[in-house]
Write a protein that binds this ligand. Structure first.
Ligand SMILES: *[C@@H]1O[C@H](CO)[C@@H](O)[C@H](O)[C@H]1NC(C)=O
Ligand SMILES: *[C@@H]1O[C@H](CO)[C@@H](O)[C@H](O)[C@H]1NC(C)=O
Ligand SMILES: *[C@@H]1O[C@H](CO)[C@@H](O)[C@H](O)[C@H]1NC(C)=O
Length: 978
């Protein structure tokens, strides 16, 4: 009671006037742009047990009934529903049994979502036995739903990165009452909202999301929050159990717009209110369901009071004491770069107790007390292991066999949390199917061949159906103990391996139409074998049908044909080899590097290893496969590197007088050919060791590859123990020079950097996907990105490249590349993939954003790497601290964010989590669009307050918001989030 007095001290805006000026603004903006407004939305809002579809008048959300998607259970009227919310008028009750009941929601793989399930029981009778049951998301245990107060709406929320193209929300395992549900809701998130370091293995279960200083007891959600998170009011004590409020706590609010574009995009309306500790201290205590646990925690601060010139607001978190964080002084306006701007520090992984007491205390030199606008705490929930994929594929094949009547409609994972009625599962991780029980289900057709991968299977019961066709290959199922396929119409011979399945104890095949001979191993008596009523099955050893004979002779014929073909190919190969050696006659230099013709096309899979000793060139073809020879027919006479004599080069370079750089293996000189063409001449210094081989690899690769974004090879020379490569000259040098050694003091602007990134990304993408087999660059770095006279970029230095042929990916003996760019996974495992280039490219992107070097003790301290430094800042939402100071102020922050987000994905620890080059190109192109949008707007230079929200072209951010913003199409009156 004491607390309530205090919180009422400050005046509130009436709830209607403060009602989301921000969202009305958005509505206004989008109504002006018809193509943007009337879009089908991605929200899924299911009213479980509902009788019709409708739009919720209070939120504008479109609710759909679940009748079409849920056939189990029954719709039940709720006696005392929650207020006048239509979605709580009815609920769906499920049978009390051992099954699970699932809602399947489609998702976009790897996109992040907020998944919400709500439960309001609403009946006061049976108070001894209010329902208590389990809630699962796929195979992940989400929550125990235990109704204590039947009038309360229990809300369960999980933030996930979608593991595949759909998820299942499942109820099961009631201990009292029957499982029921009121709503299921799916809300897509954007940018890097709620990304964590642990999302490969953990979901985030929301434990608290509190709006401090709220102006009423009502929670804030859609449309004030375009992502429809539910921000509970700190006045709603029942929901939060927020207690222990410090004396002197006041509630403040503002109607000014708040810039919330940091990372989690909390709604402006939530940020417009806060609590302040006027006596120097803010304290709260709340309960966290299912804690102690490890959590992700966010605090949202925005200065919404106008401080005097000499006033400051500085404070520290005192409790819970977290080293690093508790010592840090928060100075909201300074950290956020201004008042009315969000500052969002967060704790990636903090261990919290069930009872969370926290306090913020002002520092001595601060004139104002601490402030808090909102906070969120989510528990890390380990993602549960789904049933083995091969087993699931086989079960789905079984389920789709034709049948006389529907015999199963069970959904979700076959084993977790409860197994389907007709299977048994092992308790291993991942679970395996151990038993299939399909006796007498009236199924027809062939037994699916997919069964052959279910090697955990011990019992197979398919008797008493109308199965036809042969027994599929079960030879891998070495754990099989019991097989019942009797009383069907199966045909074909009995496969001999049946007798040698090591664990087989029972085999029942009677009353079928099997034919042929019974394998003698089945008749030894070790196996219980029942095979009567198979009129065409013989126990004796007479040779069966002519089919078999025909089969055998066909087989022999095929073998003969293969032999004939093979010898023909061999012959052709030998001749081919000879002709190469002939053309490789030294004495006079061939005017064309004719050997290259053999390699000249990316589609060939023949990759001879060339050797380049001082004397002559040899060619070694790997043993060719029939495939590669067939493809050899496509070889084309393109991509030819010309031979250039040493004297010509000496003349062109004026005796190698103008050195312009240093490549991986030696110096690079400027030259001008007789025809006026400017060239870069690269000398391979160390011929004795790897140099020669590198030289030849480079010629071979470069001659095969032609792309606008790759530096092209003009010619080569090898003479007097020197290997020399001649490239097109790139007037503007390396990207490295332009971002780190700003020689001409004119740093690249952001758009120029984006174009360069786009070119380089396209070059890499071409190497990865345009060639077959694909090529891994292996040394992507800013000094290998060269700029032409128009400042467009090309990738160079394929000296370390190597084809990503399967058999080649594992054999490199040492990890090669450049420190600071080297993929740690590749370094550790020696397994080279395209994703190693992606890692290095991520480092390049971080350099472009920050203007900093990849490694530096000075800049990054003990971590010394740009990756660690940038990752921790970006994950804290602090992209401002990462931006190159020469860019700051002249860029659109969303554009930077787009690149920052993709860069952080590129440098993920594990290759599988990194994006492909294609995705990276799309992100860069997005960023270019955003940045160009801002340029078009530049003359309207008074970009303050809400005008920031009105770009000339829809930016990515507005595109995101439009997805979740109210659709006022058709005269802008129909709400539309569906
Ligand atoms: C969080 O930190 C704890 C303790 O350092 C660690 O055991 C845990 O694996 C981390 N991550 C998660 C998601 O809990
Ligand atoms: C700010 O402080 C200085 C010295 O501490 C004082 O002279 C000045 O009057 C103060 N200004 C205001 C606006 O309070
Ligand atoms: C043989 O199998 C069929 C189904 O294919 C069944 O209808 C019939 O009753 C079975 N006969 C015996 C003797 O079990």
């Amino acid at each position: 009671m004491q607390n309530t007095d205090k919180v009422n001290r400050t005046g509130f805006y009436s709830s209607s006037s403060s009602m989301g000026s921000f969202s009305y603004f958005l509505v206004f903006v989008f109504c002006l742009v018809p193509s943007v407004v009337c879009q089908v939305q991605e929200f899924i809002s299911i009213d479980c047990g509902g009788t019709n579809n409708y739009d919720d008048p209070s939120t504008g959300l479109a609710w759909t009934r679940d009748a079409g998607i849920m056939s189990d259970g029954e719709s039940v009227e709720v006696k005392i529903p929650n207020g006048d919310l239509l979605q709580y008028r009815r609920r769906r009750d499920f049978p009390i049994d051992s099954k699970k009941y699932c809602y399947n929601l489609s998702t976009e793989e790897r996109r992040r979502y907020l998944v919400r399930a709500t439960f309001q029981y609403g009946n006061l009778e049976n108070e001894e036995t209010y329902p208590k049951f389990q809630l699962y998301l796929d195979a992940t245990k989400w929550s125990t739903v235990a109704v204590v107060d039947p009038l309360r709406v229990y809300v369960k929320e999980m933030i996930i990165r979608a593991p595949s193209n759909s998820i299942d929300v499942c109820l099961c395992c009631a201990t009292t009452g029957s499982p029921f549900i009121s709503t299921v809701e799916l809300r897509p998130l954007n940018l890097s909202m709620y990304a964590t370091d642990f999302e490969d293995n953990f979901y985030l279960k929301v434990a608290a999301r509190v709006n401090f200083g709220a102006t009423s007891k009502d929670a804030i959600r859609y449309p004030d929050d375009p992502y429809d998170r539910i921000w509970e009011s700190d006045l709603d004590r029942r929901q939060n159990y927020l207690v222990d409020v410090a004396p002197g706590t006041q509630r403040i609010n503002t109607s000014r717009n708040i810039d919330i574009r940091t990372r989690e995009y909390p709604p402006v309306k939530v940020m417009q209110t806060a609590v302040v500790g006027t006596k120097g201290r803010l304290t709260y205590r709340l309960d966290l369901e299912d804690f102690p646990a490890n959590a992700r925690a966010y605090a949202y601060f925005a200065e919404i009071e106008d401080l005097g010139v000499n006033e400051t607001r500085k404070f520290k978190m005192q409790q819970p004491y977290i080293p690093d964080y508790s010592n840090a002084v928060v100075n909201v306006a300074e950290n956020a770069n201004g008042s009315y701007t969000l500052y969002e520090p967060s704790y990636m992984n903090v261990t919290l107790d069930f009872v969370l007491s926290f306090s913020f205390v002002k520092t001595r030199d601060s004139t104002r007390g601490p402030l808090l606008n909102a906070m969120e705490i989510s528990k890390y929930v380990q993602i549960g292991s789904k049933t083995n994929m091969q087993d699931v594929i086989a079960l789905n094949a079984l389920r789709s066999m034709p049948a006389e009547s529907v015999w199963t409609n069970e959904k979700g994972d076959p084993c977790v949390p409860t197994h389907w009625e007709w299977v048994n599962c092992s308790s291993t991780t991942p679970p395996r199917i151990t038993k299939i029980a399909l006796s007498g289900k009236n199924v027809k057709g062939n037994i699916p061949p997919e069964l052959k991968n279910m090697d955990g299977l011990t019992e197979l019961w398919m008797d008493g159906n109308s199965l036809t066709g042969p027994i599929p290959d079960l030879s891998n199922l070495i754990n099989l103990k019991i097989v019942h396929v009797e009383n069907n119409r199966l045909t074909g011979p009995l496969p001999p391996y049946l007798g040698s399945l090591p664990n087989l104890q029972e085999l029942y095949i009677q009353n079928n139409t099997f034919s042929g001979k019974v394998p003698p191993t089945l008749l030894t008596g070790k196996i219980i074998f029942s095979y009567e009523d198979n009129p065409r099955l013989h126990k004796g050893k007479q040779m069966t049908h002519f089919k078999l004979i025909l089969g055998t002779s066909l087989g022999i014929l095929v073998i003969l044909l293969v032999l004939l073909l093979a010898s023909l190919l061999l012959l052709r190969n030998v001749q081919r080899k000879k002709s190469y050696q002939k053309s490789d006659d030294r004495g006079t230099h061939p005017s064309k590097f004719s050997l290259i013709c053999f390699l000249s096309h990316c589609t060939t899979s023949v990759y001879p290893v060339l050797l380049c000793p001082s004397g002559s060139l040899h060619i070694n073809t790997k043993p060719s496969t029939a495939y590669s020879i067939a493809r050899g027919g496509h070889l084309m006479d393109e991509g030819i590197a010309y031979y250039i004599t040493l004297s010509e080069l000496e003349e062109a370079t004026q005796n190698f007088s103008k050195k312009i750089g240093k490549g991986s293996f030696g110096p690079v000189y400027y030259g001008k050919m007789k025809d006026g063409k400017e060239v870069a001449v690269k000398i391979m210094a160390d011929l004795s060791s790897h140099g020669t081989k590198q030289f030849v690899t480079e010629i071979a690769l470069l001659s095969r590859i032609h792309h606008r974004t790759l530096v092209s090879l003009i010619g080569y020379c090898e003479e007097e123990e020197q290997c020399i490569l001649v490239y097109e000259y790139m007037h503007n040098g390396t990207l490295r020079d332009h971002i780190h050694d700003s020689v001409n003091h004119k740093r690249l602007d952001w758009l120029a950097r984006l174009f360069i990134a786009e070119d380089a990304a396209k070059g890499l993408e071409y190497l990865h996907t345009g060639c077959n087999p694909s090529i891994i660059h292996r040394d992507v770095k800013t000094s290998n990105i060269l700029l032409d006279i128009n400042m467009r970029a090309k990738l160079s230095d394929f000296g370390l490249s190597r084809q990503a042929e399967e058999d080649l990916t594992h054999i490199s003996s040492v990890a090669r590349g450049t420190v600071g760019y080297l993929d740690p996974e590749y370094y550790a495992s020696q397994q080279l993939t395209e994703k190693s280039d992606v890692y290095s490219f991520g480092v390049v992107l971080l350099e472009l954003i920050s203007g900093r070097k990849p490694i530096s003790m000075e800049d990054y301290g003990a971590d010394w790497s740009i990756v660690h430094w940038a990752r921790s800042l970006i994950r804290k939402g602090d992209v401002m601290s990462v931006i190159d100071s020469s860019l700051a102020g002249n860029v659109k922050i969303e554009s930077i964010w787009r690149i920052a987000e993709i860069a952080i994905q590129c440098v993920e620890q594990h290759g599988v989590s990194r994006p492909r080059m294609q995705e990276i190109i799309l992100a860069i192109q997005d960023a270019i669009k955003i940045e160009k949008g801002s340029q078009g707007n530049e003359n309207k230079s008074s970009r303050s307050g809400s005008s920031k929200w009105q770009p000339a072209h829809p930016t990515l951010l507005t595109k995101f918001l439009e997805i979740e913003s109210p659709d006022l199409s058709n005269g802008c009156l129909l709400p539309s989030a569906r």
